[in-house]
Design a protein. Sequence first.
Length: 635
Amino acid sequence: MTEAYDIIVVGAGHAGCEAALAAARLGMRTLLVTMSLEQIAHMPCNPSIGGTGKGQLVKEIDALGGEMGVLIDKTFIQSRMLNRSKGPAVWSPRAQADKARYHAEMKKTLEKQRGLHLRQGEVERLLFESGGVGGGASGASGRRVCGVLLSSGTSYGAAAVVLATGTYLGSRVFVSDRSCESGPSGFAAASVLAKTLKEDGLALRRFKTGTPARVLAGSLDYEKMTEQPGDDSPVPFSYINDEVSNNKASCWLTYTNQDAHKLVADNIEKTAPYGGHTTGVGPRYCLSIEDKVSRFPERGQHQLFLEPEGMDTEEVYIQGMSTSLPEDLQEAFYRKIPGLEGAVFSRYAYSIEYDCLDPVDLTPALSHKGFEGLYCAGQLNGTSGYEEAAAQGLMAGINAARAVSGQGAFVLERSEAYIGVLIDDLVTKGTDEPYRIMTSRAEFRLLLRQDNADLRLTPKGYEIGLASLGRYERCLEKKRAAEGELARLRETKVSAAAAGKLLAALGGAPAAGAVSLAQLLARPEVGYEALADVDSGCAGVSRAAREQAEIEIKYAGYIEKQKQQIAKFEKLEQKRLPQTLDYEVLEGLRLEARQKLAQVRPASLGQAARISGVSPADISVLMIYLAREERGKCE
């Protein structure tokens, strides 16, 4: 070995960056290897961070001590809180990034991180303690990873390796019937590593995604589009910031039409999937324009969302128009869209296939069940999106570091975080298509809001040594302020006359007598700002404390109900299943249940109940087994 590290991270996308930073910040001597330093935190698809469900992930990454929230606050050009017309359970921050600045800031952060070494190079294969490379699937189970070999012939040793290869592993780009071995944005594919991982017994399958064209801003007619400005007072992603800068740019909306749809329909066989040139499974929630036209012929139009890629570039990303049509037909399609008739292309759209693994082969700590010391994160695990990748990278880096230092795994439950939902879905249920987080996947989303991720997770981040003391103290101060304001609102009384005047102005029914500020705020027509008309004490309260208190009061009944549901959930999670349990000998289990339970090896009865193919009757069998085991211990 040329040099030995505690942890090696392969790939410097959003997963790899978070994994490397987490490991280094936890005291591990860490090597981050990427085929190009220009790939660091690259955004090959939309130039944005956050969105519905995704924004919650970014806030949780930040609360634990990760980097994504900090960087988007530094580099955003537009920020909005989505779903404000709905309840706080689904409020989600989203920001347009200056993608060049985001890359540059992450690169600088990595370079300055103590204990972290950046290395440009191509990893060709994993190394194992036996000294062998390769060996086939038959010898894979239980082998310990001890380093990596680069194409230059240099090898590096490590106690743990985190694979975060994104969409580069064995990747191939398609435009119509033409294809080439390539990663996103023209970067090189990790083809040799894909081959050797298969030789070493890592089971891989093919997924597919795509990216729209980019056009030049000066060639667009914005008068034919609808402007989408940012919020007047952007909410920071990072809890270390009370405020962030103002918006610098707008996004724009336009729509497809029947003429454009007919062009796609008439030429659909010229696309890579419909022409039979691709085999990978694509994302359900980010369809290509050919899929939209084919699957929803009744739709007269589809939305296109134009996103500027930065302040120092004219390139604009056309979200909603992913395709693998030939380049001349891509241009013809755009010519039929209002505002895009004169669009000048800088980059054409394409589809890309890549190798990924079945996440059921991973533990909840994101370690591989068949390769000791190997952790996997990001799109390698079958997910889509920068945010899902970053969340996994953070957790893989934390758990690799804890394993190397002899500590137990750090796992978040579904009841604690969207990160817990994401990872539990992956390792318990697996995924047959690129997985995307959504608020609807979280059963307890009213408690897992974007505004309280620090209150939920920063104490945990501080306890494991990742969140700083300053961050932790800010969290405690926010908690004290919110609890203090909540108590004040409940204790402060308002006369019937003053309450009646306020309610009349807001169109509400009069109060029967003197009421507390909390009782007023519980009314649907009364917002916190309105209380200033009857109470001078509201003036000095921080935005965070106001928000926490208002949500607690307005949604008290729903919050209490979810807490009761979590208590039931935790009872099943506390019923632990032995990892050595032989499901073949348990009488009463169906064949499918035996196979699925043996593959996933659930840690608890709760996790077993979430496995696809395991029925309530099978859970009853497991409950009887656990009860018998408990009785046996007591006798």
